[in-house]
Design a protein. Structure first.
Length: 118
């Protein structure tokens, strides 16, 4: 094998490894179970650091606010970054079968957006 080919292969492998390390491995790349667990652990730690000192409202407070808007079964709750703040996204299955999606400011609990999904 030619020295140029070996050098190119090493550089190419290093580039691919670098991309995988920063999460740009392409659509086909899937995290290992250990990577997923570490990511979820760090995500939970970040949320705890915000909820602990009272930077964001508790899940119970947000659920109370959501249920004041719509009575039904909670389907999903997510805490997401939007702009420069955090937003709780709550989905509720209403008594008549409709699904309501509501966004609440995580710090104030204020209802920011509400829509019925089709």
């Amino acid at each position: 094998m030619d020295v140029k080919v070996i050098a190119f292969s090493i550089i190419a492998l290093a580039g691919v490894a670098g991309l995988l390390a920063i999460g740009l491995g392409g659509a086909g790349y899937e995290r290992s179970d250990q990577d997923k667990e570490q990511y979820e652990f760090s995500e939970r730690a970040a949320v705890r650091s915000l909820a602990g000192p009272g930077d964001i409202l508790s899940l119970e407070q947000i659920l109370h606010n959501a249920r004041q808007q719509h009575i039904g079964r909670v389907l999903e709750i997510e805490l997401e970054e939007q702009g420069d703040g955090l937003v709780y996204e709550v989905e509720i299955l209403g008594d008549s079968g409709e699904v309501w999606e509501m966004n609440f400011d995580a710090r104030s609990g204020k209802l920011l957006e509400e829509e019925m999904e089709e």
